[in-house]
Design a binder for this molecule. Structure first.
Ligand code: FE2
Ligand code: FE2
Length: 291
């Protein structure tokens, strides 16, 4: 386990509190979309509250380069932020990242230096202007055009995932046929593995972002609480199933019978999950269900 992974684990197990060098420092976890792989990328960062916004600083400890998470959020500003709560456990929040500029950036960096003098050292160690990023939590309060747009985006993402899912099924069929042929085609399992990985990263990212937006759903649509609980549990079950599937794909190079059965179960469950999610979340957002 890397140092970052240990901090993340401790953070999640202790309502956002971490000992050692981070003792007493207010931290949050940011999950961004890896800009090359699309894979979710989680990292702990120092946070400063500013009204409803949360400020984070791409200091990289005063290093010469911007941290990966900063490049990632420039490419895709939808960021999931995890933070400790009064309820005693860490919660994820969907946020939109905005990079601050000029006087506002300078003033808020200065405020952070007053709170935590290490940020003065970081500034002195680097020629970079250390970026300051404001994270705006998703607010579903008003029955608005924005809510309807969020609903439409949900359907667009599900349709993309459904299309990829069909391609994964086709790759399984091709790999099975290749393996059963008199002269098996080499490399089909590897191709299937690659296809599955691309699909898994996309799905993991979709679920990570949804887990964050569910916190806003719970806040604004209390009647959906049992639905959200079920959806969160399904996300966990899917993640576990994908991890098992990955193991199977790595272990059985040419034995595709086991892969097929496991994969069919995961994919069938996913299609039901998408449908259930749309059936319950779209009416709350005021978005008409696709016919
Ligand atoms: Fe979901
Ligand atoms: Fe979804």
């Amino acid at each position: 386990m890397s140092g970052n992974e240990r901090v993340i684990k401790e953070f999640r197990e202790n309502n956002g509190k971490v000992g050692g060098v981070f003792e007493g420092v207010p931290l949050v976890l940011l999950t961004t979309a890896g800009r090359r792989t699309g894979r979710p990328h989680t990292t702990p960062v120092v946070r400063l509250r500013d009204g409803v916004r949360h400020l984070v600083f791409a200091s990289n400890g005063g290093g010469p380069k911007h941290p990966e998470w900063y490049h990632n959020l420039l490419a895709s500003p939808q960021v999931t932020m995890e933070t400790g709560t009064d309820e005693g456990h860490v919660k994820p929040f969907a946020t939109r990242a905005v990079v601050l500029e000029g006087e506002e950036r300078d003033r808020l960096y200065e405020r952070q230096c007053l709170v935590n003098p290490a940020f003065r050292d970081y500034r002195e160690r680097t020629d970079r202007v250390i970026p300051v990023v404001a994270l705006h939590p998703l607010d579903l309060a008003a029955d608005s055009e924005r809510n309807r747009m969020i609903g439409r985006q949900l359907v667009v993402h599900h349709d993309e995932l459904r299309a990829e899912l069909a391609e994964v099924r086709a790759a399984v069929a091709a790999a099975r046929a290749g393996a059963a042929a008199p002269r098996p085609t080499p490399g089909l399992t590897r191709q299937l593995h690659r296809r599955c990985l691309t699909f898994c990263y996309g799905l993991q990212l979709h679920h990570t972002r949804e887990d964050g937006s569910f916190t806003a759903f719970e806040q604004h649509f209390p009647h959906l609480a049992p639905v959200i609980t079920r959806l969160r549990e399904e996300h966990k079950a899917v993640e576990e199933a994908l991890a098992r599937l990955e193991q199977v794909l790595q272990a059985s190079d040419e034995d595709l019978a086991g892969v097929g059965a496991e994969l069919d179960r995961v994919l069938d469950g996913l299609e039901e999950h998408f449908a259930y999610e749309e059936a319950h979340l779209l009416p709350a957002l005021g978005t008409p269900r696709p016919s």
